[in-house]
Design a protein around this ligand. Structure first.
Ligand code: ARG
Length: 451
């Protein structure tokens, strides 16, 4: 009867909708059922709840699951609503389910349980994207393209070298997400409100039943901690930031005719018939906003919260869930776009030779033949003003070195240094763009991804 009075006392009022998280808790409905089941099994194993009653509760949970989240009675949140639904089915004995716990440790456990799954989805998406980057790269170790700094033509590189630069960045994002997963993968259940419980609970057993690696030990920390959300969202923000750079490149490269996105990843204009726009890449670029909004929302919500549980926490986790949804989808789309895009080799080769992008290589060559690099730099800069060929370089040599170029280096070597493909092939330092260096990197990447 007390229960009924209490439930009625808190059932109405203008702030009811504001207080309730029942709708957004749909995301942790399955998690809560799993947590309830593990908890009830442990209570029975420990002799805290008689086995027959535990069986009744477990059967009721099956029926609640079958009816689905949409069928739950009204409640302040999914935890309260499921408990009410269980009691509706089996009577007051259903109330034993909440022995030795609180919604505070319960929700913290549900969030970790659910986020674990979401993180695995995000991790899988990064692996898939990295595989695509490596596969496309393996087709383009000799496809020369212009490389940029400040978005100005800088030095020629290859499409493979370019794509693998993003594979490397995404590999660190995978590692960050795995780290976040490891620290998410711990069970707070048994912390109760924050102060533990006098019941002889087996927290390790519940953790084991739920597939966690162990418990979050300190009960005040267990019910309050949300840094697992921060860590996950920050890993996602890094990933989204990398994707935004890749997407921006692809927008620019589409614009220059270096690459053609497949129709599946392009959009048309409702008014301009000739348009094929790289809209998917613009949306991927924008997802960095979702991720950083999530991170900011989280940190701002958590900042200054006193120990232990505060209801603010109810508004924290949706920031992380929104971020993981947006970024995982963006990762999948970016991978699909890269997998199906066509690199325009002739246009790329042509562009790679423009703007004297081999100037650094010519300066390097002179430096290899005894001209101090700073002087070589000046010589090539003087030549660059007149256009980049052997004649202008030779004239510049007379100017700067008081000697013909041939006194330092053979004409053939200079001509080779001026050629974009030769220029790329010469830069075979570890991690450099030379086809041999990239092939070695590719092999390491592909074996790494296979493991
Ligand atoms: N729905 C709450 C949340 O998401 C959990 C319940 C704890 N509520 C409470 N009043 N102690 O944080």
């Amino acid at each position: 009867a007390d229960d009924v009075v209490r439930r009625e006392r808190f059932s109405g009022g203008p702030a009811r909708g504001f207080l309730s998280s029942l709708d957004s808790d749909a995301r942790i409905f399955d998690a809560d059922l799993a947590v309830d089941r593990a908890h009830v099994v442990m209570l029975a194993e420990q002799g805290i709840v008689p086995e027959m009653e535990a069986r009744e509760i477990l059967a009721a949970l099956d029926s609640v699951e079958e009816a689905g989240h949409a069928d739950l009675p009204d409640g302040e949140d999914v935890h309260a609503a499921i408990e009410t639904a269980v009691i509706d089915r089996v009577g007051p004995v259903g109330g034993k389910m909440h022995t030795a716990r609180s919604r505070n440790d319960e929700v913290a456990t549900c969030l970790r349980y659910r986020l674990r799954e979401d993180l695995l989805g995000a991790i899988a998406a990064t692996l898939e994207a990295r595989e695509v980057l490596a596969e496309v790269a393996s087709e383009h170790t000799r496809t020369v393209m212009p490389g940029f700094t400040h978005l100005q033509p800088a030095q020629p590189t290859t499409v493979a070298h370019y794509l693998l630069s993003y594979e490397s960045a995404l590999a660190r994002d995978t590692a960050r997400l795995l780290d976040a997963f490891d620290r998410t993968n711990r069970s707070p259940l048994g912390a109760a409100a924050f102060a533990g419980t006098p019941f002889d609970v087996d927290r390790e057993r519940v953790a084991e039943l739920l597939g966690f690696d162990g418990v979050v030990e300190n009960s005040m920390d267990a019910s309050s901690a949300r840094d697992f959300l921060v860590e996950a969202t920050s890993a996602l923000a890094s990933l989204a930031t990398h994707l935004s750079g890749l997407a921006e490149d692809l927008v620019v490269f589409s614009n220059k005719g270096y690459v053609q996105l497949s129709d599946d990843y392009s959009s048309t204009s409702s008014i301009m018939p000739q348009k094929v726009n790289p809209d998917t890449m613009e949306l991927v670029r924008a997802c960095a906003g979702d991720a950083s909004a999530g991170l900011n929302g989280l940190l701002t919500t958590l900042k200054g919260l006193p120990r232990a549980y505060n209801r603010d926490l109810q508004r924290a986790h949706d920031h992380a869930f929104a971020a993981v949804d947006a970024v995982t989808e963006a990762t999948e789309v970016a991978a699909g776009a890269v997998a199906t895009a066509e690199w325009q080799e002739a246009t790329l080769a042509d562009a790679a030779g423009q703007g004297f992008s081999t100037a650094t290589g010519v300066a390097d060559l002179l430096a290899m033949h005894g001209v101090p690099f700073r002087t070589a730099h000046e010589l090539v800069a003087v030549a660059a003003e007149e256009g980049a060929d052997y004649e202008t370089l030779d004239a510049a040599a007379e100017d700067v070195l008081d000697a013909p170029l041939a006194e330092y280096v053979e004409r053939e070597a200079v001509e080779a240094a001026l050629d974009p493909a030769e220029s790329v092939a010469s830069r075979d330092s570890l991690g450099g763009p030379a086809p041999d260096a990239v092939a070695a990197a590719l092999e390491r990447v592909l074996t790494g991804l296979d493991d």
